[in-house]
Design a protein around this ligand. Structure first.
Ligand code: GDP
Length: 297
């Protein structure tokens, strides 16, 4: 279900409150059931949905609203809003790069998630602000990965490091980051291999790359269109490397907004940016309040 659809389903559930003469526990439960259904069909994980539902229920039932049905409706709407924002805003702050030092970001995510494109967008974002930025390719698994980085690097006028003759991703990661650290680059972005599946080799490789690169932040790149697999995938990455923040891609056209909610719940890491298209400038800073406002209209 697309993002707008999720919002309109939530709103249509809430609008039932406008026609009710009394808003009792039964009415509230009916509305919450519908909201839960909307979240589930938008790929929010079952456990997350149950948590959201219970929290809203508790909040709404514990507070007696003065002024009758209108106020109760507003109270329920506010509770839904703040619960969705809460879900999207974990207490952990993302890493903020500092000027005049090397800030190393390691990107992880399955093949096809949009990792390489996101690195180019992220590089472009910082380079445009005047930060000395570079990219390191240590994806030796996918044929064409280095070429893709190279083409992006040329378009963006950003240096990159890669070696088609080196088959060891850990060595490449180490050499590449050392090279740019020595040159005092401020933003160093490391692209890792994604492969197709969540195989144990992939996670072992990521752990090793993380060990030699010692990144300031590990960014998990997640495709918003993968549906129910989101929660499981995010948890698997989190179990192997310390995911510090999340970037959600493909939140354009047919986006499933619910995936974002599940990814945050599974990693307990904040979303920092979203990808909204294939172009380098289709990249936005993520803001939970405006995301939910847009969702609920
Ligand atoms: P990787 O295998 O994870 O490195 O993925 P790529 O960066 O090669 O991206 C896979 C495909 O997704 C490419 O066709 C990208 O153009 C596309 N893609 C990446 N990010 C976005 C996005 O935010 N929106 C859309 N529509 N497509 C994207």
């Amino acid at each position: 279900m697309v993002l707008q659809e999720l919002g309109s389903k939530i709103n249509s559930a809430l609008s039932k409150l406008n026609t009710a003469t009394v808003i009792d526990e039964e009415t509230i439960d009916e509305v919450l059931k519908e909201i839960a259904k909307a979240l589930l069909s938008s790929d929010v994980n079952v456990r997350v949905v149950a948590e959201v539902r219970n929290n809203i229920r508790k909040e709404v039932l514990s507070e007696a609203a003065a002024g009758g049905a209108t106020n109760k409706t507003r109270q329920i709407r506010n509770a839904v809003f703040s619960e969705l924002v809460r879900l999207l805003s974990p207490s952990k702050e993302p890493f903020t790069p500092k000027r005049g030092r090397c800030n190393v970001f390691m990107f992880v995510g399955l093949q096809g998630s949009g990792k390489t494109t996101t690195i180019a967008k992220f590089a472009n974002y910082w380079a445009r602000k005047g930060w000395k930025t570079a990219m390191v390719c240590c994806d030796t698994f996918r044929a064409g990965a280095l070429d893709q980085i190279k083409q992006n690097a040329i378009k963006l006028h950003i240096p990159y490091y890669g070696n088609p003759l080196e088959a060891d991703p850990v060595k490449l990661a180490e050499e590449g980051t050392e090279h740019f650290r020595a040159e005092k680059y401020e933003i160093i972005l490391v692209d890792t291999s994604g492969r197709h599946h969540q195989e144990s080799e992939l996670f072992e490789e990521m752990e090793q790359v993380q060990g030699v690169v010692q990144p300031d932040e590990v960014i998990f790149v997640m495709d918003s269109t993968i549906g129910q697999a989101v929660a499981e995938q995010a948890a698997a990455f989190k179990a192997s490397v310390p995911v510090g923040s999340v970037i959600i891609t493909k939140l354009d056209g047919h986006a499933r907004g619910g995936g974002a909610l599940s990814a945050v719940a599974a990693t307990d890491a904040p979303i920092t940016f979203i990808g909204t298209g294939e172009h380098f400038d289709e990249f936005e800073k993520f803001d939970a309040n405006s995301f939910v406002s847009r969702l609920m209209g």
